[in-house]
Design a protein around this ligand. Structure first.
Ligand SMILES: C[S@@+](CC[C@H](N)C(=O)[O-])C[C@H]1O[C@@H](n2cnc3c(N)ncnc32)[C@H](O)[C@@H]1O
Length: 231
């Protein structure tokens, strides 16, 4: 076995789909609860846009390692990633989750009930940026997970920067912009707006003069990951 020295060889799975498959086989186990949520969400007409099971695992493990007691999720959908976060929550803790669609929130309420988490989660229905100020009195928070409308990511980051404790973490999914983040020419107007917002988000999160020390995990979708290092 020769050792890889070039950074080109050090990407997730080293560009070998067999290694990605191996990692999933070893770390991602059968999960009837998450499967039920995915199946019921689809039956209820929700878009199939929840995090992958492995990305859900990243959320749980990061929440656990933080000892998170107060968490915020922006973009609930049917409760799939919410369950992953709740699994990583400390006893006595709470997840505040924000969802624009009343129907999605109803499906998520059922998911949280089935998982036995109803007493540890509160869903706010409506435009997240309008509802987020309602929980500010309960802060500062340990973790903010962003997974909703892409154009609002910079605004969600500003909110997280103000409302996380020092040492708290912000995570954001889809920050490779569905493969478009590094494309010079994005012609579709909606894609263009999303890509520009995601670039602004990553730039702000990575800015050494800002409040975060950050990285981007090379997951399938790109998971931006920042720790608040100063007030
Ligand atoms: C990618 S899905 C969230 C997936 C979820 N985090 C999971 O992995 O299970 C995005 C969700 O954000 C919601 N959403 C979109 N724009 C929103 C907004 N401005 N305010 C609140 N929710 C919004 C959508 O209705 C959708 O349910």
């Amino acid at each position: 076995m020769s050792s890889a020295t070039s950074t080109v060889d050090k990407k997730f799975g080293q560009n070998d789909p067999k290694i990605v498959q191996y990692a999933e086989q070893v770390f991602v186990h059968s999960d009837p609860l998450l499967n039920e949520i995915a199946v019921r969400s689809e039956k209820e007409g929700l878009p199939v846009i929840q995090v992958s099971q492995m990305d859900g695992l990243h959320l749980e493990v990061i929440a656990r390692s933080l000892g998170a007691k107060k968490m915020v999720e922006i973009g609930t959908l049917g409760g799939y990633s919410g369950i992953c976060l709740l699994r990583g929550l400390q006893p006595g803790g709470k997840l505040y989750t924000f969802e624009g669609s009343a129907h999605h929130a109803k499906v998520a309420t059922e998911s949280f009930k089935k998982a036995g988490f109803s007493d540890r989660v509160e869903i706010f229905v409506g435009t997240a940026i309008q509802n987020l100020p309602k929980i500010e009195p309960y802060g500062p928070f340990d973790l903010v997970f962003i997974d909703a409308d892409k154009v609002s990511y910079p605004a969600y980051l500003d909110w997280a920067a103000k409302n996380l404790r020092v040492g708290g973490t912000v995570l954001a999914d889809n920050t490779f912009a569905f493969g478009l983040i590094a494309d010079e020419h994005v012609s579709d107007p909606q894609d263009k707006a999303d890509v520009e917002a995601l670039r602004e988000f990553n730039r702000k999160l990575a800015d050494p003069k800002g409040v975060f020390r950050s990285t981007i995990l090379p997951t399938g979708e790109g998971l931006s990951y920042g720790v608040k290092v100063r007030a």
